[in-house]
Design a protein. Structure first.
Length: 439
């Protein structure tokens, strides 16, 4: 079988399996190991000879220099198989020199996801009710955070689908542009040409935008411009690499963004993870074991999947998102402005409307979408995982047993924070909304 045909078959197979990435790794004796990431896990497909020919073929498909092996390279492939191709399938290629040659990773970008809505992404009714008014707001900063491959960019495009209409000007700066969206002006970062995130952002602000999408906030300069844009009459959408929603505030402060500006501009943070989805063909309802009842505070039935031919005896088929929603309430603004510690911020957020990863994961576990083991795997070690409904019930029960009044909650709750720092001269009051500048 020719190298060209093998590569096409691997790409076709990855798309049919729902893989997100294909890894081509140099092995001994000029062999290459092919692995695919399916449902978040890497699975070895095969080890084939003529590894250099495979790598060369991939680089040719991406329009890269076959003889350039000493530096990392990036490229894109519009895939079309001999049988007519897969409509809407783009590939993003990345090479990296390593021992034994070069490693190549293909990221599969399925443009069929471009039409997805927030409902398609797994937002619960409660989360949608709180988030949609923020999306419709003319100003503010909305952040989606999480590790690489957690669906942040897909979520941002779903937001754009919700608000994209002819009467507003939407412009983006991305690295790279993953989806081509009609009706939106998209700019790709090009560091070699001097088109950096800050430079493009400054140019966009002179083009009368209503909505700005920043692919990722990576540094102080980009964060500063994004926050200033959100404070001066624009809706700004972006992503950030943090472990949880509360950690986003800490990360922005670490970047050098003043706490008063964060409290003033930020409207909400959504932290994302992907949980493996239970196979619908072999899942069944079971009574929860005692540890599950103790941790969730509920004896509602959960679901187990024994494994079948359809899911390759694994019990899981596909993935479903687990989301953490952090709204920027007035008590939380005051806590941020006062320089509260991450632990205090987490406690304030839990009391004033945050839907934690644990809460959303349990809701999807009871709905039969995923397993308790998956929820525990994704939430263990993350701040806020145990600050949801189960923990609040446990605290209420303990206080009631001692005869103490329940803790104050809701918008009127007063968080315990450190004394507020003096506001810098000229800084706006937190509760004062910005005025959109005259155009």
């Amino acid at each position: 079988m020719s190298v060209e045909l093998m590569v096409n078959q691997w790409i076709e197979s990855a798309h049919e399996r729902g893989a997100s990435d294909i890894h081509f790794e140099p092995d001994k004796d000029d062999k290459v190991r092919v692995r695919m990431r399916v449902d978040g896990d890497l699975r070895t497909i095969e080890v084939v000879p003529d590894g250099r020919k495979v790598i060369a073929r991939l680089k040719v498909m991406a329009g890269l220099d076959v003889n350039e092996r000493g530096v990392p390279l990036d490229g894109r492939i519009k895939f079309s198989s001999s049988g007519g191709g897969r409509s809407g399938l783009d590939l993003r290629l990345s090479t990296n020199p390593c021992l034994g040659g070069e490693k190549v990773v293909l990221r599969l970008i399925d443009s069929s996801k471009l039409g997805m809505t927030l409902e398609d992404l797994g937002f619960t009714k409660a989360m949608l009710a709180a988030y949609k008014p923020l999306v419709a707001s003319p100003t503010g900063l909305l952040l989606h955070v999480g590790p690489t491959g957690s669906g942040k960019t897909t979520s941002l495009y779903a937001v754009l689908n919700t608000i994209n209409r002819p009467e507003i000007n939407i412009q983006t700066v991305e690295d790279p542009v993953e989806y081509d969206v009609p009706g939106i002006t998209q700019t790709q970062v090009n560091h070699e040409a001097g088109l950096t995130f800050p430079r493009v952002l400054r140019a966009l602000l002179r083009q009368d935008p209503d909505v700005i999408l920043v692919g990722e906030i990576r540094d102080h300069e980009t964060g500063e411009i994004a926050v200033e844009a959100a404070m001066t009459g624009h809706l700004v959408l972006s992503t950030l690499h943090t472990n949880d929603a509360v950690g986003t505030v800490v990360r922005l402060v670490d970047m050098g963004i003043p706490p008063y500006a964060i409290a003033y501009a930020l409207r909400s943070v959504i932290s994302q993870r992907f949980a493996r989805k239970l196979c619908e063909r072999c899942r069944r309802s079971v009574q929860p074991p005692e540890p599950v009842i103790q941790m969730t505070g509920s004896n509602r039935p959960i679901y187990k999947a024994e494994g079948c031919k359809s899911c390759s005896r694994d019990g899981y088929d596909g993935r479903t998102p687990i989301l953490e929603f952090l709204p920027m309430t007035e008590p939380l603004k005051r806590a941020i402005y006062g320089g509260a510690t991450p632990d205090v911020l987490g406690e304030v957020a839990a009391r004033t409307g945050m839907i934690s990863l644990w809460d959303d994961g349990c809701a999807k576990m009871w709905a039969g979408l995923t397993s308790f083991e998956e929820v525990l795997r994704l939430t263990k070690g993350h701040r806020g995982a145990q600050t949801g409904a189960a923990r609040r019930r446990a605290e209420h029960t303990a206080r009631h047993a001692q005869g103490a009044p329940p803790p104050q909650a809701g918008p009127g709750a007063r968080p315990v924070v450190r004394p507020a720092a003096a506001r810098p001269p000229g800084a706006p009051a937190v509760s004062q909304p910005p005025r959109k500048p005259a155009r």
